[in-house]
Unconditional design. Sequence first.
Length: 752
Amino acid sequence: STAPSIMTMNGHFAAVGEAPTKEQYELGIQVIDEEQAFTPHLNTYLQITGAAQSGFNYHLISVFGSQSTGKSTLLNNLFGTEFGVMSETERRQTTKGIWMSNNKREGGSGPEKMAENILVMDVEGTDGRERGEDQDFERKSALFALATSEVLIVNIWEHQVGLYQGANMGLLKTVFEVNLQLFLKDKQSNPRSLLFFVIRDHIGATPLSNLRNTLIADLTNIWTSLSKPKGLEKSKIEDYFDFAFAALPHKILQPDKFVTEVERLGTRFRVGHRSAKSHGLHSDHELEGGVFLPEYHRRIPADGFSVYAEGIWDQIVNNKDLDLPTQQELLAQFRCDEISREVLEAFDATILPLEEKQAEGVRLGKPTVLKNLGISGKAARVKTVKAFETEASRYHKGVYTRKRVELEGKIDIRLKALYQGQLTAAHKSGVASFSDAVAGAVKIGQKKGASYEFADIVEREKAVALEQFESEAKSLAIEGVPWSNFKQQYSLYEKDLDEVSARLRKEEMRRLATRVERWVRSRLGESVGLEFNKLGSGRGGSGAPETGEKPLTEKDLWDRIWNVFIATVKEAETRFVERAKSFDASQDEIDVGLWRLRRKSWGVLRAKIDEEVMEGNILLKLRENFEDKFRYDEAGVPRIWRPTDDIEGMYTKAKESTLTLIPLLSRFRLAATYAPPELPDWIGNAPASVDPKDEEDLTPIGGVDEEEGKSLEEEMTILGEAKRQDLVVRFKKTADGVYVEAKRSAIGGVAQ
Ligand code: GDP
Ligand code: MG
């Protein structure tokens, strides 16, 4: 198949093996060569001539007839083509094969104007029988022509008409046979063809109508004599063919007349319409109607013609059963895939940069919300599907529909991934800005000092965050595409916002708890300090006996501390609950908060007591207590010691009295029960919703946190045994010092 390009007088045809350049297609293309090879460049040729872009608006004509009956001459005159013509002097055979050229003539004007995109096939070497060759190529080319062409021109000498046994009739028999073979498989579309008889060297003695009748009689005979395949026994010739007839004068003898008649014949090659009576043998095509009836068209879109024709030829050459519907489906699959790839390339050009940008964001840990993704995604989708539809919908409907679904699937897989990435990014950035916005608003609220409403802030910012996400999700929605409604992503997002609000509220609760604890600390600092200060007064009174208030005794110390403690915490709880409710805390959260508050408050109290009983502090209190008892009389007047006074007795009494305070101070006990307060009951059990991880800052409390191995008794022990004894010793020394001083002053007073 490396045949050289074929030179004619005026230019050159592209041979099958030839690389395509525009010049080489000048005159046409050798579709099938002598070796029966099919050109790989047919599509290029159709592109160059513009026929490939014509959709269904193109027409195919093939010419048949014995060798050297002036077929090529006819085509060249009709269509301005330059098919090889046997030289009149050399009588050399032209190259066997099928040649194609586009129509080069305008052919008339107005309603007579020739149809657009006429492609002509010149079939050379179909008269093998004349040369004693087998009829293999004749059969093959007839099949090929029938499978592709709307009009078959049958070229015949006038003197051959009526020669039933002649070569022409053999050829027609072959045409009819292969036609039956072909359309046995294609009952649904049942395409018809026009057999256009052009009678050459018409002398004029016999009118065309007579020639026509003779031919029709012959054709009917041939048809009758055919052995028809099963199921088609009763078929008639007019089920498959329409007929038209034309006669041309002798080209050499009547050259002028020949030219005018050819000119007139040329105007027949336009789109025609069937009239009521014109059918089969009775068709009126021999009159002036256009020959291209829409029903002759094989409905192969021009951009798929080369693939289709090659497929057909491949089946023919390999002697396979030619099944046109299957070929059309195969073509549709091939072309739809090709078109799909093409349109996906354009889709890629838009989508790939977006996918890359998104992937980059993910890689850097900063998910990007791509701007106007919904708009560009949707536009790319519509554009791609539309482009596919424009080209591919011309092909086999079933295949087209399936391939369209496939294409949409491919597009949607990409878009879905992209959109989900987009929503993931929107989700992340939305949650982050929500969290920031709430924190920011709280900070401003705190700065202003006004009591900001946490719940309102959350509600407001949540609405903003949801609105943003929703509008992004909505912009991505594609009508009629269920995966694009993103309802699930929306509810996941809302859930995350709620989780963030819960976390923020928890932080807010902690801040509130800290404020309330601080308040408890300062209140207890004062009130407990006051109670310990009272120890310094040895008379145990509050210093206001005239009010009738029950005089306080040292034994009440812990009762008073406990009472002031629980009263303070109660007040703190009220404050806490009020505020927590204002920011929509749940009862659970409030319960946890209160439980923590009680525990922490106990810790505050315990720390305050420890501070009060620190060595120096308590020793000072005991000394004051002792001095009050020792150095003041019942009326609170300072004693002036005289030598006669029972200093020793009073010293012993006061000392013993103050010493009783040490065991009292050592344990936190209530007077009535002589037992520690019911601290575990008062604190209460940990609420079920307490997360131990969150409570690591809590100090264990003896008797409450049993697993800590510290009993309530131990928790309530203020001074351990060693400290107590040490305190006794130190206090005694201090008391002794005071006694010695008193003694001295008594003597000194006398001396003065
Ligand atoms: P093809 O083999 O059928 O394509 O025939 P060609 O077109 O190559 O022509 C074969 C010969 O017939 C050439 O020598 C032509 O000059 C000659 N020829 C062409 N047209 C006519 C015609 O209308 N009448 C006659 N008698 N000869 C013609
Ligand atoms: Mg020829």
